[in-house]
Design a protein around this ligand. Structure first.
Ligand SMILES: [Zn+2]
Length: 328
């Protein structure tokens, strides 16, 4: 395959660069890419890490995956974007250090837009050119943890059903069938709407643990198996906990967070997620589960300092249990 100005022959592994944007010093910024071109034909899977610059677990997981893959045994091509949002990665920041935008909210981007819009525009064009399927790796960054779960855009289209099949093979029973308005500008949403099945896998945060990397590896290998890129059998769960509604758990009072639940817990309405204490140790606010049954999809760490209006967690509503539905 051709990627930028390099050609990768079947059976080869190559390092490549994805042009993102120019710098005012005149030096272009490229994302580092590894391409594993299988000996046999098959789909082209684009996997990216660090669209949020401080979510480095995905990068470490991709390093392990690439080191363990043999192009001889692979059908199709893995395009591994090791660090996508290079400016944010350099700043150890979730958002862009230049325009403070969240890169995963501004797709499909704009060629004459803000800094992040211009980057998104180029990334989106490259993904549409090179990807038959797409996987975006995330974590909670430095300020907390997310449980191991997967997300797809649930719009009933053929690409959405393929994406459902991909997430069913990731190794987690927790699937968010998203139609969230606030994810309208996310890359997985837009690509699915353009006919390219696209998913997100979320794992961990803070220190990247061996357990985190093992979960990422299951998700990566499961996704490749779902796409028939390897001889591994896709491992589906007996049933899935389907998550639908979402709520950002923003606080009214500032304070120091003392969590009372962990990422991945399932809570009932009114059950406490966490307390905010003031410097004297008095509880000034208790954040509670807003849904009849809610999944703690992220939790900031104990001792995190929160301003009014900032969030301490994302809660997802548990819609019910389902069997496999994907069309793979
Ligand atoms: Zn993220």
């Amino acid at each position: 395959m051709r990627f930028g100005d390099i050609t990768v022959a079947p059976g080869q592994i190559a390092r490549a660069a994805l042009p993102l944007i120019n710098s005012p010093d005149g030096i272009p910024i490229d994302a580092p890419v590894i391409i594993v071109s299988g000996k046999r034909p098959g789909p082209r899977l684009w996997v990216q890490a660090c669209i949020h610059g401080n979510e480095v677990g995905g990068t470490l997981a991709l390093q392990r995956l690439v080191a363990s893959l043999s192009p001889d045994a692979l059908r199709g091509t893995l395009i591994a974007v090791m660090v996508l949002n290079v400016p944010a990665f350099r700043a150890r920041s979730r958002e862009s250090p230049i325009d403070h935008a969240n890169l995963n909210r501004v797709f499909p981007g704009a060629p004459a837009g803000r800094f992040s819009d211009q980057m998104a525009h180029r990334i989106f064009a490259a993904a549409r050119e090179h990807a038959d399927a797409f996987l975006d790796l995330h974590s909670a960054g430095d300020a907390g943890r997310v449980p191991f779960y997967a997300i797809y855009h649930a719009d009933g289209s053929a690409a959405s059903r393929r994406a459902r099949d991909m997430v069913e093979c990731t190794g987690t029973p927790y699937l968010w069938a998203s139609d969230a308005r606030w994810l309208e500008g996310a890359s997985f949403t837009l690509l699915t709407q353009q006919g390219i099945p696209a998913t997100i896998v979320e794992v961990g945060g803070g220190e990247v643990t061996d357990e985190d990397l093992a979960m990422f590896e299951r998700a990566l290998r499961g996704t490749m198996a779902a796409l028939d890129m390897t001889d591994e059998r896709p491992a589906k769960q007996r049933s899935y906990t389907i998550l639908r509604g979402s709520q950002m758990m923003q606080v009214r009072r500032g304070g120091i967070l003392i969590p009372r639940a962990r990422a991945g817990d399932i809570l009932h309405e009114g059950q406490p997620l966490g307390d905010l204490v003031d410097p004297y140790g008095d509880v000034v606010e208790t954040v509670t589960c807003p849904f009849p049954k809610g999944f703690v999809a992220s939790m900031r760490r104990r001792g995190y300092v929160v301003h009014p209006g900032e969030r301490v967690s994302i809660m997802l509503e548990v819609a019910g249990e389902e069997g496999a539905r994907g069309d793979g």
